[in-house]
Design a protein around this ligand. Structure first.
Ligand code: FAD
Length: 329
């Protein structure tokens, strides 16, 4: 086994990178292990995506984020995080998934799987889990959800020109996707189980969607749940029990995401099974397993609208300060 690291960080999202920067600044021997590419979640956002957040609130490591517009595009963000990684010479191992974190005596054994199924193992005195949530969509558990015509992620709208598309959900992703699809010539039906749109929809997006619904450019079905998806139809049921069969070519099920709690639980972290929140000290972000920390949106469990890049980017400072204030790395 190679020499023991001071710190191993799981996930090279904005939070994992921010943690890595603080580790470099503190002179710790560290490694960031990422199952996909650098900032993999952002990479998987729709090509045409623009951030809700202004550029300075996405900055990490005191590196200025210059972009053409105040709210950067996905492409600009990818370029920015690459540049920061280069600047700090962050040690990142990509395409390597952390499979197991095991506390052993005074350190952790971390088992990974690399490309082509090769296994590797690391020893680290401390571990930060910054794995986000984007890989795990909340499933509805209805027949047809696994059909190839169902996506839990927004896709480029052009492909849906003149197609009958259902968007399931009522928060930001569903709102933005419905508008994009409508503007690219799709016939959009928005279906939401609650009586009105989520209050979390950004204030500049909401009126646009509400007006498109009012003028009937987008059909909206509130207090309605999807019961079944077939190749050519979806079946929905309203709160008063009425059932409707709607012709349909494609479904965007944008019903949110949740973090991977299995990795946390197997490492010994107590996780609340309702909220999916891991037990941790809010000051140090150390879990009930000494030396094992959580950072970024994984901290908020199912409540993924509590932590964003905007606030998760400060977790690295918090954790490294607590490590340095403690027994030392
Ligand atoms: C469409 C969309 C738009 C958004 N817009 C904004 C915005 O404008 N402003 C804002 O602040 N936030 C925005 N967010 C939210 C923001 O993207 C997330 O809050 C942010 O990515 C969280 O950062 P993170 O580093 O905690 O997690 P992530 O960015 O998800 O990073 C986690 C990383 O861990 C990796 N990983 C997971 N499991 C493993 C494993 N077992 N082994 C190794 N690696 C692993 C993943 O591949 C991923 O790269 C948006 C989200 C979406 C979906």
């Amino acid at each position: 086994m190679p020499e023991t690291l001071d710190l191993l960080i799981v996930g090279a999202g904005p939070t994992g990178l921010a943690c890595g920067i603080e580790a470099v600044r503190a002179g710790m021997k560290s490694l960031i292990v990422e199952k996909g590419c650098l900032v993999n979640s952002l990479f998987n956002y729709p090509n045409t995506m623009t951030f809700f957040t202004t550029r300075e609130r996405l900055e990490i490591g005191d590196i200025p984020f210059s972009s053409v517009n105040l709210k950067p595009t996905r492409a600009e963000a990818l370029e920015y995080y690459r540049r920061v990684t280069e600047h700090y010479r962050l040690p990142v191992a990509t395409e390597e998934r952390v499979e197991e974190i095991r506390p052993v005596n005074q350190h952790f054994e971390v088992k990974t799987e690399q490309r082509a199924g090769r296994c590797a193992q690391y020893a680290a005195r401390r571990v930060i889990i910054a794995t986000g949530y984007y890989d795990r969509p909340n499933l509805m558990g209805i027949p047809g959800e696994g059909l190839p015509k169902v996506s839990h992620y927004a896709l480029e709208a052009h492909a849906f020109y003149r197609r009958r598309v259902a968007v399931i959900g009522g928060a930001n992703s569903a709102a933005v996707t419905s508008l994009e699809l409508f503007r690219h010539g799709a016939d959009v039906t928005l279906i939401y189980r609650k009586p009105e749109l989520s209050r979390h929809i950004k204030y500049w997006i909401r009126p646009d969607l509400e007006n498109r619904i009012k003028e009937k450019s987008i059909r909206a079905l509130f207090s309605t749940e999807v019961r079944e998806i077939t190749d050519d139809y979806i079946t929905v049921q309203s709160a008063n029990g009425e059932i409707e069969r709607i012709q349909n070519d494609f479904v965007f099920a944008l019903t949110g995401y949740h973090p991977d709690i299995d990795l946390l639980r197997r490492a010994g972290v107590h996780v609340d099974l309702k909220s999916y929140r891991p037990a941790c000290d809010p000051k140090t972000l150390e879990t009930n397993v000494p030396g094992l920390y959580v950072a970024g949106v994984v901290l908020s469990g199912r409540h993924t609208n509590e932590i964003f890049i905007e606030n998760g980017r400060f977790h690295g400072k918090q954790i490294i300060a607590s490590i340095q204030g403690g027994a030392g790395a």
